[in-house]
Design a protein around this ligand. Structure first.
Ligand code: GDP
Ligand code: MG
Length: 298
C-alpha cells in the first residue's frame, strides 16, 4: 500500500493499470474529511477517532494530506507522534501524502490514494488536511462527511468565515473544551451558521465540543458522523457526493493528461516561427495558439 500511494505521489504512469485493477474492489469506504486551522487539534482528534472507530469494529485508514510538503515536515512529524499509539494495530493504516504543487494536484491525487485504502478494505478513511487554504478546504469537501474543527483562543471565527469553511462543514467540533472560551466559540459559530442560507430539508450541521487529548466527547462525534451517513443514504446525498468526487477526479486526470501531452509544446518546431510572428506584430497570440493546437505535431 505504501508503494501504491508513492506511485500516486510520483504521478507514475503505472497508475493507469493500478487504478484499473483496484476499481472493482473500491467504493465501500466511508470517507471523513477533517479540516481546521493548524493547532486546533486535528491530529489529536483523528487519533481519538481512530480509537473510537476501532472499538466499533471498523478498519480505519488515515490519510494526512499535505499540500505544501516542503514547508511543513514539522507538522507531519508531530502528527506521527500523535498517531503512534495506533502504529502496531493491523486494523489501522496511517499514511501522510505530499501532493505536488501542480494545478489540481490534490483533486487528482487524493481520490486515487483513497481508492488504494478503500480497495485494501479500510471501511472508514479519515482525511486530515494540513492548513485551511482553499485547496485544503476543497480536499475536505471531497469527503462523504466533512468535519470542521475549531478551538478557542485562535481567532477562529474570522478564519472560518475567510476560508469558506462555514459552507462545507457537515459537523462542527469545537475542540479544547477544557479551555476558556470554547462555549463562546460554539455560540459564535451557531450564530454564523444560523445566518447561512440552507436549502429546505438540508442537513443541519451539529456543533459538538470535545477535549480530544482526553478523548472527551469523541464518542458523540462518531455518533454524529454515523447519523450524517444514515441521513445521506436516506436522501440520496451520498451517491451525489461520490459522483461529484469522481467528476472532479476525472477532470483532474484529463487536465493532467493534456498537460503531459503538451509538455513537449515548448519544443514544438512551429512555435519558434509563431513566436517571431507574434513578437513582430504580424500575428496575434490567440491566432498563434490556435495554429499550435490545430497542428500539435508540426
Ligand atoms: N488543552 C487541549 N489541548 C489539546 C487538545 N487537543 C489537542 N491539543 C493540543 O493542541 C496541540 C495541537 O494539536 P494537533 O492535533 O497537532 O493539531 P493540528 O495541527 O490541528 O493537527 C497539541 O499540543 C495537542 O496536544 C484538547 O482537547 N485540549
Ligand atoms: Mg496535524
Amino acid at each position: 500500500m505504501a508503494r501504491l500511494i508513492s506511485l500516486v505521489e510520483d504521478e507514475s504512469p503505472l497508475l493507469r493499470a493500478v487504478m484499473a485493477a483496484l476499481s472493482p474492489y473500491a467504493g465501500h469506504a466511508r470517507v471523513v474529511g477533517i479540516t481546521g486551522a493548524p493547532g486546533v487539534g486535528k491530529s489529536t482528534t483523528t487519533s481519538a477517532l481512530v480509537a473510537e472507530l476501532r472499538r466499533a469494529g471498523h478498519r480505519v485508514g488515515v490519510l494526512a494530506v499535505d499540500p505544501s510538503s516542503p514547508f511543513s515536515g514539522g507538522a507531519l512529524l508531530g502528527d506521527r507522534i500523535r498517531m503512534a499509539e495506533h502504529s502496531l494495530d493491523p486494523g489501522v493504516y496511517i499514511r501522510s501524502m505530499a501532493a505536488r504543487g501542480h494545478l489540481g494536484g490534490l483533486a487528482w491525487s487524493t481520490p486515487q490514494a483513497l481508492r488504494v485504502l478503500d480497495a485494501a478494505g479500510y471501511d472508514v478513511i479519515l482525511v486530515e488536511t494540513v492548513g485551511v487554504g482553499q485547496s485544503e478546504v476543497e480536499v475536505a469537501a471531497l469527503a462523504d462527511s466533512t468535519l470542521v474543527l475549531l478551538a478557542p483562543g485562535m481567532g477562529d471565527g474570522i478564519q472560518a468565515a475567510k476560508a469558506g469553511i462555514l459552507e462545507i462543514g457537515d459537523l462542527y467540533v469545537v475542540n479544547k473544551a477544557d479551555r476558556d472560551g470554547a462555549h463562546q466559540v460554539a455560540r459564535e459559530l451557531r450564530t454564523m451558521l444560523s445566518l447561512a442560507e440552507r436549502r429546505d430539508g438540508a442537513w443541519s450541521p451539529p456543533i459538538l465540543l470535545t477535549s480530544a487529548d482526553r478523548g472527551d466527547g469523541v464518542e458523540s462525534v462518531v455518533e454524529s458522523l454515523d447519523a450524517h451517513h444514515s441521513w445521506q443514504v436516506e436522501h440520496g446525498e451520498l451517491g451525489r457526493r461520490r459522483t461529484r468526487r469522481a467528476r472532479e477526479e476525472i477532470e483532474a486526470i484529463a487536465v493532467s493528461l493534456l498537460r503531459h501531452r503538451w509538455a513537449g509544446v515548448g519544443g514544438h518546431r512551429g512555435l519558434g516561427e509563431l513566436a517571431e510572428a507574434v513578437a513582430a506584430g504580424d500575428l496575434d497570440p490567440y491566432a498563434a495558439a490556435d495554429r499550435l493546437l490545430d497542428d500539435p505535431d508540426a
